[in-house]
Design a protein around this ligand. Structure first.
Ligand SMILES: [Zn+2]
Length: 161
C-alpha cells in the first residue's frame, strides 16, 4: 500500500508498537494495516464419522469443502456454524480447529475446521449444486486434486490417524 485508501495521501513508515514499521497516513493520523479477506472451510463428518460431505458449486464438477467468507463483526466459529446451516442445513454438534493457509488468488486467509454434524440428511440452497457423503478413505481421491481443500483434509486425516 503506497497511498491512503481514505484520503489518497502518500503513506509513510511509522513504528507501531510490537508490529514495528507500519504504513501510516499523516493526514488521517491512522495506521494502514494490510487488508485481506478471511474465510472458513469445513471438513464435515457424519455422526458416525466414517464419511465426509463434499459439494459441487457454481456449475463446477470439482468436489470441494463447504466454505464461506467471515462477515465483518463475526468470528470464525460463528461463520462456520452459519455457513453449514445455510448451505447444507446441517447442525454442528462439535468442531475442532484444523489448520489455516493464505490463498493468494483471492487474497484470503482460510481457516479450516473439522466438524461433526447431527445428521446425514442435508438439503441444499441454490448456492450448492450437489452434495455427497464420501467414505473417509476415498475423500482424498474424490476431492479436487491439488486444491487447498485436499491439503486440509490430508493434514487432518494424518493428525487424527
Ligand atoms: Zn489518509
Amino acid at each position: 500500500m503506497k497511498y491512503c485508501d481514505e484520503c489518497g495521501h502518500p503513506l509513510i513508515q511509522k513504528v507501531c508498537g510490537i508490529d514495528g514499521e507500519t504504513p501510516y497516513c499523516e493526514h488521517c493520523q491512522t495506521f494502514k494495516f494490510p487488508m485481506f479477506n478471511s474465510a472458513i472451510s469445513a471438513i464435515i463428518f457424519n455422526p458416525t464419522q466414517d464419511k465426509i460431505l463434499l459439494i459441487q458449486q457454481y456449475g463446477n464438477q470439482d468436489y470441494i469443502l463447504v466454505a464461506g467468507y467471515i462477515n465483518q463483526g463475526e468470528n470464525a466459529k460463528q461463520t462456520l456454524i452459519r455457513e453449514i446451516e445455510e448451505e447444507v442445513h446441517l447442525k454442528v454438534m462439535h468442531y475442532v480447529y484444523n489448520d489455516n493457509e493464505y490463498f493468494q488468488k483471492t487474497n484470503t486467509l482460510m481457516h479450516n475446521y473439522a466438524v461433526v454434524v447431527d445428521s446425514e440428511d442435508f438439503s441444499l440452497t441454490s448456492e450448492v449444486d450437489k452434495a455427497k457423503w464420501i467414505p473417509v478413505e476415498n475423500v482424498l481421491d474424490v476431492i479436487k486434486q491439488g486444491s487447498l481443500a485436499q491439503s486440509f483434509v490430508k493434514r487432518y486425516l494424518e493428525k487424527s490417524r
